[in-house]
Design a protein around this ligand. Structure first.
Ligand code: ARG
Ligand code: ZN
Length: 872
């Protein structure tokens, strides 16, 4: 059934404190919970107390120390109800037995590589004990854990360590206390035989925090970059937001089986080990970047998520959108701001726009759900971050900071809402954000149409902007949004152009406050026709169509003072050319020559950073072009058109590009820093162009694969060879597998590269990989590394005409669903591409989905996604 935001009501009872006792043993774990509970003021005496529970086995139950009679409670698959609790404060004591070993869903208490660990967000705590498992129930926790010393010498939980000692025979115990009231989703516990590295951080008020990262023995050396990222994150949050860490210890644990990236449990973050471990021989620059970002993200949650949490799960983007914004800002400050911005926008366009434009579209703050796990989406996270970024753009850095300061001051210790978040910015700045707030509640990517004209006689320039949002599931009608358009006008010589007056709408310095269905701005005192540079820095998450031709786009690529728009102009120009070719329209020779020249000029510009150049020369992904086309897409035609553009671009200058590629090779020892990483990404970008666009590329890829001194270059060569299916691709993949089969995180890279192959036998090979008896089919990283890239970016084979790609995925999803519904439903979301495909492929896709829906016993996770896909 569906849960609605409008039905939110506080619980009649609250939990005053939670005392937990875990007795961990090889065979089973016993959990005794002593919950101090009281009715809220106004609760009718005799109101039942309904506690959540999921797959729990109740061993005993007592009220204020006395066993409860059978008639006083009921328990079923969804929890435990006290029929008539006392109308005063009381202590409920329950005891349950858990089998962590059998927990393949990886929610609640489970075992990963022998280590006992937990994942509770959003609704995993109810798989550990009976509780009010919702984020508006905040309580201080005290946790006692006892475990065999030989199996689990390390015992960790949230907060500070109170005591530890011997518990007889092989057993020992530890007691942890977290003084900060928290919701159950932030609970965590780890027991295992782990290695660690330690460090310390001195906060701005001079407190010394003990830091540790725990990992499998032997992996300690691979944790140093994560530790360094943590210390930089702690310092940054003090500098940028005035936020200091609050407990005496901060622990991170890396585990191998984890449903997503990482989790911000109070004082005890648990990480997917792929976001902790790094060494140059096995990790790529992208891996280092990801580690830095996610370590920061989880740390920043301590204030935006933990000290201030969500009232209910509809408010998820209150913590996630804001924390993604904060981690993006951190990376921008630590590395290159324009390069980071391009990176984030590329991610938004490849992942969020497709979600927002398809059957799974929902607002950043949804108002109903069947399965909350299906709402940890790129819309909630990344579009949520864009909304916060627009707020910062509208209010300016100082105004935004004033609002954030008030947020921390006013809501510390609370579980709150998006409305309360917007209110602090209103109160701190004396503004009204009612219209702006629609960004949180309205789904769909706004489409902005731009037209302009110039009148030489009156020296006026007019700019017309029109906005619309297409209907999305459940939202037929759309309202105009307040869209901040950062902009500039550029004169014929490439320099910025001012104006003497502007009328027709609100313009504040370089910001248009575009708040109606359409607006026409008239600028006066304009001596010659300018080229408009709009949405500088991608100031709003919208799609823009304009009457700018290729010539003006390439002018922007050359002259815009905004690096983001320089990049974007090139992307727009090449997307248009590929889309034209895919739809059978021919190019003129001048289009290609001009675009090629613009790319070469970008490459030659000594003032540009290599990392930026790498992004500027990148040819838009096939999925981005497909979205641009928007309907009746034939993936084969898109792939062929993309290849054709690359050939036309590269062919005449292959020698020059090869020389640039060679000039970028380096023998300096590997460092993951942004400068070196940027040079590697440019070199690998050139390699991709050469492989796709000329026959010089393939041997270079093979040579780079063979001679690479680090995993970044090695992996790039393999991925490019696989993606363009060079003559050596199969040999390279075979070699990589033989060498790296033993390291699971490197094996994942092989799975991902293998899934990118465009040849007709890839589905067959993937079936064989999955069916191999030693394939670790319960590990989310393995499954996602193989199936994720296939559904999300191998459009040619996933959306094959004969439907074999679709059927392979639905059959795999059916199997995975029995083991881990969250992993299964995530893979299934790849089918959101169906509506833009040509009819024959779309039908094959729907057939495969319908066959899946006919199966018995699907999880709620998969059923929810399936129903939404089929309704769309
Ligand atoms: N809160 C975690 C993070 O953003 C992720 C939790 C994901 N949970 C889920 N059910 N998908 O950092
Ligand atoms: Zn998060």
């Amino acid at each position: 059934h569906t849960i609605y935001l409008k039905d939110y009501a506080p619980t009649p009872y609250r939990i005053v404190s939670a005392d937990l006792d875990f007795r961990i043993r090889e065979e089973a774990t016993r959990v005794r919970a002593q919950l101090t509970i009281e009715p809220r003021p106004g609760t009718e005496p005799g109101t039942p107390l309904v506690l959540d529970g999921d797959e729990l086995k109740l061993d005993s139950i007592a009220m204020d120390g006395a066993p409860m009679v059978l008639s006083a409670y009921t328990s079923d698959a969804n929890g435990l109800t006290l029929v008539e609790p006392p109308p005063r404060r009381f202590v409920l004591e329950t005891e349950v037995t858990l089998k962590p070993e059998a927990n393949t869903r990886l929610m609640g208490l489970y075992r990963s590589g022998g280590t006992w660990c937990t994942q509770c967000e959003p609704e995993g705590f109810r798989r550990i004990t009976y509780y009010l498992d919702r984020p508006d129930i905040l309580a201080p926790f005290k946790v006692r854990m006892t475990a065999p010393r030989s199996l689990a010498p390390i015992l960790l939980a949230n907060g500070n360590l109170l005591e530890q000692g011997d518990a007889g025979e092989d057993m020992h115990y530890a007691v942890w206390e977290d003084p900060f009231p928290k919701p159950a989703y932030l609970f965590a516990l780890v027991a295992g035989d782990l290695g660690s590295i330690t460090d310390s951080f001195t906060t701005m008020s001079g407190r010394e925090i003990a830091l540790a990262i725990y990992c499998a023995h032997g992996k300690e050396d691979e944790c140093h970059y994560a530790m360094d990222s943590l210390k930089r994150s702690m310092a940054w949050d003090e500098r940028r937001f005035g936020r200091e860490y609050d407990l005496d210890v901060f622990n991170i644990v890396a585990v191998s089986d984890f449903n997503f990236g990482a989790m911000e449990n109070k004082g005890l973050n648990i990480f997917n080990d792929r976001l902790v471990f790094a060494k140059p021989e096995t990790a790529t620059d992208a891996n280092y970047h990801g580690i830095e970002r996610v370590i920061a993200h989880e740390y920043f949650h301590n204030w935006t998520g933990n000290r201030i949490t969500c009232r209910d799960w509809f408010q998820l983007c209150l913590k996630e959108g804001l924390t993604v914004y904060r981690d993006q800002e951190f990376t921008s400050d630590e590395r290159s701001r324009p390069v980071q911005r391009i990176h984030d926008v590329q991610n938004l366009r490849t992942n969020q726009f497709p979600e927002d434009g398809g059957p799974l579209a929902h607002p950043p703050r949804p108002d109903n759900y069947r399965e909350i796990n299906n709402f940890y989406t790129t819309t909630v996270y990344e579009k949520g971050a864009e909304v916060v970024r627009m707020l910062a753009t509208l209010l300016g850095e100082a105004g935004f900071r004033k609002g954030m300061d008030l947020y921390f001051e006013r809501h510390d210790g609370e579980a709150t809402t998006i409305e309360a978040f917007l209110k602090v910015f209103e109160d701190a700045n004396g503004v009204d954000l009612a219209q702006f707030g629609i960004w949180y509640t309205q789904a769909g990517t706004p489409q902005v149409d731009v037209t302009d004209s110039y009148d030489a006689a009156s020296q006026t320039y007019t700019l017309t902007l029109a906005q619309k949002v297409d209907p999305t599931p459940g939202q037929a009608e759309k309202q105009p949004l307040l869209i901040p358009v950062r902009f500039g006008l550029i004169g014929p010589n490439g320099s910025p152009m001012g104006w003497t007056g502007v009328s027709g709408g609100e313009v504040r310095d370089d910001l248009i406050l575009f708040d109606r269905a359409s607006v026409t701005l008239t600028f006066t005192g304009i001596a010659s026709r300018p080229v408009p540079s709009l949405f500088r820095g991608f100031s709003a998450p919208v799609k823009v169509t304009s009457n700018l031709g290729q010539e003006q786009l390439l002018f922007l690529a050359r002259h815009d003072s905004d690096p983001f728009n320089r990049w974007d102009a090139l992307q727009t120009a090449s997307t248009a050319l590929i889309a034209d070719a895919a739809r059978g329209k021919d190019w003129s020779g001048t289009d290609i020559d001009a675009l090629r020249q613009a790319l070469l000029d970008t490459l030659d510009d000594p003032g540009l950073d290599p990392a930026f150049k790498a992004q500027a020369i990148a040819i838009p992904a096939a999925t981005v072009v497909a979205r641009h086309i928007g309907h009746d897409v034939d993936p084969d035609a898109v792939a062929a058109a993309r290849k054709r553009l690359m050939t036309a671009m590269v062919g005449p200058v292959a020698e020059r590009l090869e020389a640039k590629y060679r000039a970028l090779s380096s023998s300096e020892p590997y460092s993951p820093d942004a400068g070196q990483a940027g040079r590697r990404s440019l070199r690998n970008g050139l390699l991709g162009l050469l492989v796709a666009g000329s026959d010089r590329g393939a041997p270079l890829a093979t040579a780079q694969y063979t001679g690479a001194a680090n995993m970044t270059d090695r992996y790039a060569a393999m991925a490019i060879a696989a993606h363009y299916w060079t003559g050596d691709a199969q040999a390279i993949l075979g070699d990589f597998r033989t060498i790296h089969a033993g390291d699971p995180l490197v094996f994942d890279k092989w799975l991902t590269a293998s899934a990118q192959a465009p040849d007709d036998r890839v589905v067959e090979r993937m079936r064989a990989i999955l069916a191999a008896p030693d394939f670790p089919r319960t590990n989310p990283n393995r499954l996602r590394s193989l199936l994720g890239p296939f559904v999300m970016s191998n459009m040619v084979q996933f959306a094959r005409k004969d439907g074999a790609g679709f059927r392979f995925i639905t059959e795999a999803v059916a199997e995975i669903d029995r083991v881990n519904p969250q992993v299964a439903s995530r893979i299934l979301t790849g089918f959101r591409i169906l509506p833009i495909l040509e009819p024959a492929r779309r039908d094959k896709g729907r057939e495969a989905l319908a066959a899946l829906r006919d199966r018995e016993g699907l999880s709620r996770n998969v059923a929810d996604i399936l129903d939404r896909l089929l309704a769309g």
